[in-house]
Write a protein that binds this ligand. Structure first.
Ligand SMILES: Cc1cc2nc3c(=O)[nH]c(=O)nc-3n(C[C@H](O)[C@H](O)[C@H](O)COP(=O)(O)OP(=O)(O)OC[C@H]3O[C@@H](n4cnc5c(N)ncnc54)[C@H](O)[C@@H]3O)c2cc1C
Length: 394
């Protein structure tokens, strides 16, 4: 079978590697490599475990994250939570890599397995009775099947399904701060607009950013100014030179997730193109890699579109939809203030948040596990009493 894959990010590279290894003739189209991608670069242990065969430690320098600092920069308050550190391996909770080296390692693994990289952009896709015709910046190409791993602005999505609406996207914007690093990520949850600011240290720079729902009434410029103000206030980057970036992230509601169009005759959508990103943490690399595997498995069988859609429905949607339902409460000021207080007082609450950051905490059990911790109940009471006494409740 001839398979054309549009996009050599984590989703496309993983599908290409596995399909080529299983004997398919695979051509991957992407003109962008080598490239950095606007991204935190946070690779959870569970994501790295999926590509342990493809990512050689020597090729991908990573920062192993030892702590998460949750901050409230306006009050000068913070809480530090330890993360599990087993060195640069999938047993660690969170590693941070430059997307230039991480994606290059995945692409090299795909090419080693036999996939062909065409450094061309796809400009048009025609679905025909007998196959698929692609028009690219370097000519035409025919295939039996096309996979769209072409990110949030996916051309395949726009051709065979609906593009994401504005209310289905987050804007993420910020700066790379060159020459600074750390072994701590910093997260500040913001209530207005509901979202968060982060600093993720790659081996030789920080990826600092801020994201908010695209229909929250804030412009990219305003968000970037807020990120710049945060960098100044926290002095996190010192005098490091800053390079700006911005990029959309699919962040869907539960109802949208349940209605997702991810496959049809001769086509599949993976990763961001499919909309598979955690709407709270914005973890997308794991789902990109996992969907690449599901695509390769599905193409080996009889009804690839139905098999793939069922896998997405069963293995990704329940978790993402739960996150989407919890999201509004998560960024509420009362919850944010309470969370910082609880994190300061309770190692048990810290452990829950550490697991959430590492993608190890299911949303099905999140509320229950938080409320179950005595300390969280205690913090809730302290907050309530402070409010009753007219003291700031954080
Ligand atoms: C600011 C920001 C921070 C983030 N932080 C994290 C994080 O820390 N951890 C995490 O897990 N996720 C994070 N995400 C999400 C993560 O970046 C994505 O979910 C992930 O990259 C999705 O992988 P993908 O392979 O689906 O698509 P992408 O990585 O977007 O790759 C798509 C590829 O398709 C190519 N392409 C697009 N159109 C065409 C075309 N017409 N022809 C040929 N090629 C094309 C592009 O060049 C690109 O290389 C973040 C996202 C943003 C924007």
């Amino acid at each position: 079978m001839d398979v054309a894959i549009i996009g050599a990010g984590p989703a496309g590279c993983r599908a290409a590697q596995l399909l080529a290894a299983r004997g398919a003739r695979v051509t991957v189209f992407d003109p962008s490599h080598p490239r950095e991608k606007a991204c935190g670069g946070g690779v959870t242990g569970r994501a790295l475990a999926l590509v342990a065969d493809a990512v050689r430690q020597a090729d991908v320098p990573v920062t192993v994250i030892r702590t998460v600092r949750f901050t409230d920069s306006r009050r000068g308050d913070s809480a530090i939570v330890p993360l599990e550190d087993h060195g640069p391996t999938a047993a660690s909770a969170l590693l941070v890599a430059s997307r230039a080296t991480f994606d290059q390692a995945l692409l090299s693994a795909a090419v080693r397995a036999g996939a062909i990289l065409q450094p061309a952009g796809v400009t048009r896709i025609d679905m025909e009775a007998e196959g698929v015709r692609l028009t690219t910046t370097q000519g035409r190409h025919r295939a039996d099947f096309v996979i769209g791993a072409d990110g949030a602005n996916s051309l395949l999505r726009r051709t065979v399904a609906q593009p994401f609406r504005r209310d289905q996207l987050s804007i993420a914007t910020g700066f790379f701060a060159h020459g600074v690093t750390s072994d701590e990520i910093v997260i500040e949850i913001t209530a207005d607009p509901p979202g968060y600011i982060w600093s993720f240290p790659r081996p030789d720079h920080l990826a600092i950013g801020l994201c908010a729902q695209a229909d929250a009434g804030v412009t990219t410029g305003a968000l970037r100014a807020r990120a710049a103000e945060w960098i100044r206030a926290t002095r996190i980057a010192g005098t490091a030179p800053l390079t700006p970036y911005s990029w959309p992230i699919p962040s869907l509601r539960a109802s949208d997730l349940h209605a997702l169009d991810v496959a049809g005759p001769r086509w599949l959508l993976l990763g961001d193109a499919a909309g598979l990103v955690d709407p709270i943490t914005r973890e997308g690399i794991y789902f990109a890699l996992a969907s690449g595997e599901w695509a390769a498995d599905a193409l080996g069988g009889n009804a690839p579109d139905r098999t793939f859609a069922a896998r997405v429905r069963d293995e990704a949607i329940p978790e993402l939809a739960r996150a989407a339902r919890l999201k509004a409460g998560f960024f509420r000021p009362a919850f944010t203030g309470l969370m910082l207080l609880a994190l300061q007082q309770s190692p048990a609450v810290g452990a829950v948040m550490a697991d959430l950051v590492a993608g190890r905490q299911s949303y099905a059990a999140l509320k229950w596990r938080l409320l179950r911790t005595l300390e969280f109940g205690l913090a809730w009471r302290v907050l309530r009493e402070r409010r009753r006494a007219g003291l700031p409740g954080h």
